[in-house]
Design a protein around this ligand. Structure first.
Ligand code: NAD
Length: 309
């Protein structure tokens, strides 16, 4: 069944979803560089607004629009004023599971990079420096991985880490999937016990008032001096100034960050530390994850406009 409607795609998304929407009969305008003021002026002409993370769907955009659907090709809805959309009875949709594999694989990559100083080994080797003696690493096998937020991504990482013979500790204020616990042998505990016991801590929580700065000076003080922290969730989860102090003082061994309190990061002293590895929010940046997110969103839009869901 064909559907009618106009879709404005405001950020660059994989072509697969655009093609499916067009095949279903939708008119799709692709404007991945649209500016904030242009969006406010254009929004009234569309039934659907599609964004990734660049475009902010503010109250001003929402109030000037005639949209029935706001679609985020990704997980977090931090860039959409969901309350303003709900007040106008606009459906807000996302693709929560599309990036799980990509983020989990990046997290494992960052953990191994921290344990073996791969970025430093690479850059020094390229400069002609043979620093083998300085690069005594640590093995993952037998170590305790603390997973904070045991949702889609946290569970996927848990399974990959088990294959590396790591032991799992998990904290989540909501019940954790029982099959996952029995499959992996995860020890479920409170946050402070996890922080005190883990050799590696990885964060996979949403950005909420409760998770803002959940890793602060107190928590870093509880970590083992040999422990590492990885954040591929949201920048606000870590208090970057406290992280910097903890790393400088040797209270923890290192950190890997894919997300920052401000992006791109302005906290140059933190980013510049030799025991910090940074990536520019590339968790979901794989061909497969982007294609899946784009097609999942396109399918949801088509089904909503058909009145199926
Ligand atoms: P999810 O909803 O499946 O899992 C989140 C988990 O966090 C849930 O189990 C929830 O119960 C738990 N949680 C909520 N509040 C908590 C708290 N106060 N303390 C501990 N746990 C808490 O989400 P997901 O798909 O696994 O995504 C996790 C995070 O990864 C999100 O912040 C998401 O935005 C982020 N993410 C980042 C990238 C990237 O590019 N780096 C890509 C995709 C997702």
């Amino acid at each position: 069944m064909q559907v009618s409607g106009r879709v404005l795609v405001c950020d660059s998304i994989d072509q697969a979803g655009i093609d499916s929407m067009k095949r279903a009969g939708l008119v799709v305008d692709y404007r991945p560089d649209i500016k904030a003021n242009e969006l406010v002026a254009a929004a009234k002409d569309y039934d659907v607004l599609v964004v990734r993370s660049r475009t902010k769907v503010t109250k001003e955009v929402i109030d000037s629009s005639n949209a029935k659907i706001i679609a985020r090709v990704g997980v977090g809805l931090d860039n959409v004023d969901v309350k303003a959309a709900e007040a106008r009875k606009i459906r807000v949709i996302n693709a929560p599971e599309a990036a799980s594999v990509a983020v989990a694989e990046l997290t494992i990559g960052l953990m191994i990079s921290l344990a073996r100083s791969i970025p430093r080994a690479d850059s020094e080797s390229k400069k002609g420096n043979w620093i083998k003696k300085e690069l005594m690493g640590t093995q993952l096998s037998g170590k305790y991985l603390g997973i904070v937020g045991v949702g889609n991504i946290g569970r996927h990482i848990g399974r990959l880490a088990k294959a590396l013979h790591m032991n799992l500790i998990g904290y989540d204020p909501f019940p954790i999937n029982k099959e996952f616990i029995s499959e992996t042998g995860m020890i479920v505990t409170d946050l402070n016990t996890l922080v005190e016991s883990a050799d590696f801590i990885t964060c996979h929580v949403p950005s909420t008032p409760e998770t803002k700065h959940m890793f602060n000076a107190d928590r870093f003080a509880k970590m083992k001096p040999s422990a590492y922290i990885i954040n591929t969730s949201r920048g606000e989860v870590i208090d970057e100034n406290s992280l910097y102090e903890a790393l400088k003082a040797g209270k923890i061994a290192g950190a890997a960050l894919d997300v920052f309190e401000v992006e791109p990061p302005t906290n140059k002293h933190l980013v510049g530390l030799s025991n910090v590895i940074c990536t520019p929010h590339i968790g979901a940046q794989t061909k497969e994850a982007q294609e899946l997110a784009s097609t999942v969103i396109a399918e949801k839009i088509i089904q909503i406009l058909r009145g199926v869901i």
